[in-house]
Write a protein that binds this ligand. Structure first.
Ligand SMILES: Nc1nc2c(ncn2[C@@H]2O[C@H](COP(=O)(O)OP(=O)(O)O)[C@@H](O)[C@H]2O)c(=O)[nH]1
Ligand SMILES: [Mg+2]
Length: 199
């Protein structure tokens, strides 16, 4: 990737969080601070621009100081729907996606993705957190936009399938598997809170 290229982070906070009782996960307090704040703290130093993808509580999300964009398709068709919508507003050469529920995400995520995709023919890359593909931790070239729109218009919605069909480069993060811990249930919230406090 050219040295002058910049990178945008899309933070995915547009889900219904059914396993969390329907609470807005990005705004849930973790160790006294909204989950999104933890994620911003980790991803901000890695990127030039941030866009938050949220479908509820837009004002609360705007208070974090970054643009907030809702899915065009309001049927909660999954994170790829959010990615496809926000992608239209990305002006950088590439963008990295991260979920709002992963407060320990790798501090070197964007750089390692970029190194892997640099000069490669692939249009996207995905993280492997130690034998487990993490589909929403990904890097897309802006040039992936037509293919992504085509994929969605064909009725597909699974990010995992996108990576498989488009031969995303799999980037090995097996050295930091715990960085992909994400919080889907109140039990996981309490477990990660205990872990943060014991540090
Ligand atoms: N924009 C958008 N984001 C979604 C949707 N569904 C889930 N997400 C986001 O995708 C990420 C992963 O969702 P999650 O429910 O945690 O799934 P899991 O951890 O992979 O089981 C979260 O950051 C959600 O906010 C959706 O319909 N639209
Ligand atoms: Mg999750």
């Amino acid at each position: 990737m050219p040295a002058d290229s910049d990178i945008t982070a899309i933070i995915l906070a547009g889900g219904r969080a059914t396993r969390m009782g329907g609470e807005d996960k990005g705004l849930i307090l973790l160790d006294g601070r909204p989950m999104l704040e933890h994620v911003l703290e980790r991803i901000h130093p890695q990127v030039d621009q941030i866009i938050i993808n949220a479908n509820r509580n837009q004002e609360a999300y705007e208070a974090f100081g970054w643009p907030v964009i809702s899915d065009n398709d309001r049927n909660y068709r999954g994170p790829l729907s959010g990615i496809a919508t926000v992608m239209q507003s990305v002006s950088s050469h590439c963008f990295v996606t991260v979920p709002c529920d992963a407060p320990l995400l790798p501090r070197d995520l964007a750089g390692r993705f970029r190194d892997a995709l640099e000069g490669a023919a692939a249009i996207s890359a995905v993280a492997d957190g130690g034998g487990v593909i993490q589909p929403v931790f990904a890097l897309f070239k802006k040039s992936a936009e037509p293919a992504l729109n085509h994929f969605i218009q064909a009725g597909e919605s699974k990010v995992r399938l996108w990576h498989r069909q488009n031969s995303s480069i799999v980037v090995d993060f097996s050295d930091t598997p715990e960085a992909f811990l994400n919080i889907n249930t109140p039990e996981q919230l309490h477990a990660i809170e205990a872990r943060l406090r014991n540090r």
